[in-house]
Design a binder for this molecule. Structure first.
Ligand code: GDP
Length: 364
C-alpha cells in the first residue's frame, strides 16, 4: 500500500490498529480525501476520540510544548493517582504553568474531605516536580466541576494556548467532549489543524480570542492493571459508581485477595481493621495466610477472578512494609486501595510484576 496521509491532521494512515493514531478502516480508503477515524469523528460527530501513542512518541510530541507560552491542563484519575502521572512531565512542558485536575471524583465516598484530597494531590504533584497553579476536583463523566474547570482555564491561560495532557483512561476525551458541548459550540467551531513541525498532530479547538486548546494523545502507562486484562475484566475492576468501603477485621496471619489481581497479607501486630476501596463487583476473599499460596495456585481464574482463565498475567511480586503513619493506604494501580488502620502494621502486598504498588497516608 502506498503511504497515505490524513487530509485533516496530516498523520500517516494505518488500517491495523483502531486504538493507535492514524487508524482508518480499509473501506474508508476508497473515499477521497482520506481522513483518519479521529478526524472523521471530530468533523462529523463533533466528538474527540482518544488515541494512544507509546511513551517515546508521546514524549517527543510533548517536548514541543516546552517552547510554547501556554497553560498546561493536566488530568489525573483520582481512582488511580499513582498510575496516572505522566513520567517526567515537567521536563517536557518547560516553565509553563500547570492546572492540575483530579477526575472521577464521583467514585469517592461522599464523606471524603475534598481539601485533604486536594492537598494530597498537590503534594504528590510536587513529588513529580510539578507545582500546580491550582488543583481542582472534577467528574467529567457526571458533568460536575466541568464549568468551573473551564472558567479556571480561562483565568490561568491569560490569552494563551492551552494543552490538555494526561495518561490514557483518565477521562481526557470525556472532559474535552464536555467542554465542547458545554460551550455550546456548533460544528463550525471545531476544526482540525496541524501542529507545526510534527507529523503526529494534536487536535485543536479554537478559543474565542484566536488561541487554541490542544488535545494531546494519552500516554499509555504500563503500570496500570488495565493494560494487562481484557475489556470484560476491566468493567469489573473499574467502579461505575461511588465506592462503598468494605471493612475487614483481620487477625495476624490472615490474607485478603482482590480477585486474583492483588493480595495483602496481614502479618501483625494485633487485630486491626483493613478497609478495601475497590469496585463493588470485585470479589474480596479472606483466607489464612498459610493457605494463600495454595489457594492462588488452585483457584486463579475461578474463585479468584478476575483475571479470567485465559489471561496470562506476570507472576505476583511481594512487597513487604511496615506502616508508619496512623492510617496508611496500600494502593494497587488501577484496582483501588486498602487502608490499614493504626500505625506499626507489618504487611506484605502482592501484585503482578510491573503493576504499581505504593503507600500513602490515608486520603479519606
Ligand atoms: P481518556 O483515555 O483519558 O480519553 O479517557 P476516556 O474519556 O475515554 O475515559 C476513560 C474511562 O473513564 C471511560 O470508561 C469513561 O466512561 C470513564 N470516565 C471518564 N470520566 C469519568 C468520571 O468523571 N467519572 C467516572 N466514574 N468515570 C469516568
Amino acid at each position: 500500500m502506498v503511504d497515505l496521509y490524513c487530509s485533516g491532521c496530516g498523520v500517516k494512515i494505518q488500517t491495523e490498529d483502531p486504538e493507535m493514531i492514524g487508524y482508518a478502516p480499509a473501506s474508508a480508503l476508497q473515499h477521497k480525501p482520506v481522513v483518519c477515524q479521529r478526524c472523521f469523528r471530530l468533523t462529523h460527530y463533533n466528538e474527540i476520540q482518544d488515541v494512544s501513542l507509546n511513551s517515546d512518541d508521546f514524549l517527543a510530541m510533548l517536548y514541543r510544548i516546552s517552547d510554547k507560552d501556554a497553560l498546561v491542563v493536566y488530568l489525573v484519575d483520582l481512582f488511580d493517582i499513582a498510575g496516572s502521572w505522566v513520567p517526567d512531565l515537567q521536563r517536557f512542558i518547560g516553565s509553563n504553568p500547570v492546572l492540575l485536575i483530579g477526575n472521577k471524583h464521583d467514585l469517592f465516598p461522599k464523606s471524603t474531605n475534598p481539601n485533604k484530597l486536594i492537598s494530597w494531590l498537590r503534594r504528590s504533584a510536587r513529588g513529580q516536580g510539578i507545582d500546580p497553579v491550582e488543583v481542582l476536583l472534577m467528574s467529567a463523566g457526571k458533568n460536575h466541576g466541568v464549568d468551573e474547570a473551564a472558567s479556571k482555564i480561562d483565568v490561568y491561560r491569560k490569552e494563551r494556548d492551552v494543552y490538555v495532557v494526561g495518561s490514557t483512561n483518565v477521562g481526557k476525551s470525556t472532559f474535552i467532549n464536555r467542554l465542547i458541548r458545554n460551550l455550546g459550540s456548533g460544528d463550525s467551531v471545531i476544526t482540525t489543524s496541524r501542529f507545526p513541525g510534527t507529523t503526529l498532530d494534536f487536535i485543536s479547538i479554537p478559543l474565542n480570542d484566536g488561541h487554541h486548546l490542544y488535545d494531546t494523545p494519552g500516554v499509555v502507562n504500563d503500570h496500570q492493571v488495565a493494560q494487562h486484562i481484557d475489556t470484560r475484566d476491566y468493567k469489573i475492576i473499574m467502579p461505575s459508581k461511588e465506592i462503598k468501603p468494605k471493612v475487614y477485621q483481620l487477625n495476624e496471619g490472615q490474607t485478603l485477595f482482590l480477585g486474583g489481581l492483588a493480595r495483602v497479607d496481614y502479618i501483625g501486630t494485633s487485630r486491626r481493621s483493613l478497609i478495601v476501596y475497590a469496585s463493588g463487583a470485585l470479589l474480596i476473599h479472606r483466607t489464612k495466610t498459610e493457605q494463600a499460596d495454595d489457594l492462588y495456585k488452585r483457584q486463579l481464574g475461578n474463585l479468584l477472578a478476575p483475571p479470567g482463565k485465559d489471561t496470562h498475567l506476570p507472576p505476583m511480586v511481594r512487597h513487604d512494609f511496615r506502616t508508619r503513619e496512623t492510617d496508611t493506604d496500600v494502593v494497587f494501580s488501577g484496582l483501588g486501595w486498602i487502608t490499614i488502620k493504626g500505625k506499626g502494621a507489618f504487611v506484605s502486598a502482592y501484585a503482578p510484576k510491573g503493576i504499581g504498588v505504593s503507600l500513602r497516608p490515608s486520603i479519606i
